[in-house]
Design a protein around this ligand. Structure first.
Ligand code: FMN
Ligand code: 7N5
Length: 387
């Protein structure tokens, strides 16, 4: 018997952040980040999809980033007035509609012709911040111009030739970027097997736009060789002081996975810490980010903003990160899939889905605002048996 094709029900999210079945945009057909990933897989060339999706080696950290969230249980609370749940928050004095920000990810024009510009538009429309990668396929100048001089944050890879990095820092400071995110987990690029097999290279017509003038903009020798040639593996904590001396922008350190490194970051004047294992793309078999967050939060003690990324695919994941001490989260792959599926509208859909799920899970745990969220909403058998 032939069964009729399943009817697609488009689900939109209304002003009070509830899911309803009124379609307004084709992107509303997607109800989960996982569905958007599957659509992106079908749409993108294999070489591009593999580069975006891959983790390093056996991809066990990539999987663990997601699985660790599922193992953590939340405690439902009843009869708390949750008629006015708000996800609003602030970072460095800037108002945000959500604690969800957009992680730096390289080469966005492989996902959509408008690349970084569409991601930025979605971030701004939603009331959040995008961090632009050093390795963008749109220049820092064009991104800034597109946002009327308010482009968000900038991610810095420190080059062997310090002058290249110093010039870039000066450029972004002048162009209105509001913070520098220095990535410290990439002295070399992790071994992502699929990129070797596919002999990854930038598709014709795309370039690393920030370095065109230096002839550092093509990747003919492959990603690993490019990074090994350009990036300084000799970077140390002392260089954080150098970086702070050449800019007035807040400097966040991205790629901290151990409490001792968090202490070093504080000692050397970091203005923020991003707990990250680079989305499972660097040291395989390192722990998930949510697992190490409590120990790092204990060191940071709220002195500077603490942000987590890695494996966030649901609103409940965000709630758990906030409960363990993060002030905000970054999302990487969900945005990649959103941009691939529908440009700006696709990224907006991802932000809407995750924020609505976050809001719903806040209501179920009796939380009305971001700053009320503590570890008390995490199920801990020992704690509850003792009560
Ligand atoms: C395709 C891709 C490119 C990335 N490029 C950069 C980059 O240029 N700079 C950087 O600091 N991190 C980069 N990252 C890491 C992300 O900023 C972030 O740490 C990671 O994606 C978070 O994990 P998630 O994808 O599970 O959300 C990249 C990640 C991916 C998947
Ligand atoms: C040469 C591209 C490196 C960008 C990056 O950080 C990543 O792919 O994880």
């Amino acid at each position: 018997m032939n069964s009729a094709p399943a009817k697609i029900i488009n689900t939109t999210i209304d002003k009070s952040n509830q899911f309803t079945n009124k379609a307004t945009n084709p992107m509303d057909a997607f109800v989960t980040v996982a569905e958007m990933k599957e659509e992106a897989r079908k749409k993108l060339p294999k070489m591009v999809y593999d580069y975006y999706a891959s983790g390093s080696n056996d991809q066990s950290t990539l999987a663990e980033n997601e699985n660790a969230f599922t193992r953590i249980k939340l405690v439902p609370r009843s009869l708390v007035n949750v008629s006015k749940v708000s996800t609003k928050t602030k970072i460095y004095g800037q108002d945000l509609s959500t604690p969800i920000m957009i992680a730096p990810w390289a080469m966005q024009r492989m996902a959509h012709p408008n690349g970084e510009l569409d991601t930025l538009e979605a971030a701004k429309e939603f009331g959040t911040i995008m961090t632009l990668s050093s390795l963008s396929t749109t220049s820092v100048e064009d991104v800034s111009k597109h946002s009327n001089g308010n482009p968000g944050w900038f991610q810095l890879y420190v080059f062997k030739d310090r002058k290249v990095s110093e010039d870039l820092v000066k450029r972004v400071e002048k162009l209105g970027y509001k913070a520098l995110v220095v990535t410290v987990d990439t002295p070399f690029l992790g071994k992502r097997d699929a990129d070797y097999k596919n002999q990854f290279k930038l598709p014709n017509g795309l370039f690393l736009k920030n370095f065109e003038h230096l002839l550092l903009s093509n990747l003919e020798g492959g990603l690993n060789q490019y990074m090994a040639t350009m990036i300084d593996p000799g970077l140390t904590w002392k260089d954080l002081e150098w970086l702070r001396s050449i800019t007035t922008l807040p400097v966040l350190v991205k790629g901290v996975m151990c409490p001792q490194d968090a202490a070093e970051a504080l000692k050397h004047g970091a203005d923020g810490i991003i707990v990250s294992n680079h989305g499972g793309r660097q040291l395989d078999t390192s722990p998930s980010t949510i697992e190490v967050l409590p120990a790092i939060s204990k060191v940071v003690q709220g002195k500077i903003p603490l942000i987590l990324d890695g494996g966030i695919r649901r609103g409940t994941d965000i709630l758990k990160a906030l409960a363990f001490g993060a002030n905000a989260v970054l999302i990487g792959r969900p945005v990649i899939w959103g941009l691939s599926c529908g440009g700006k509208d696709g990224v907006l859909r991802v932000l809407n889905l995750l924020n609505s799920e976050l809001q719903l899970s806040m209501a179920f745990t009796g939380m009305n605002s971001i700053h009320e969220i503590t570890e008390n909403i995490i199920w801990d058998q020992n704690k509850y048996i003792k009560l």
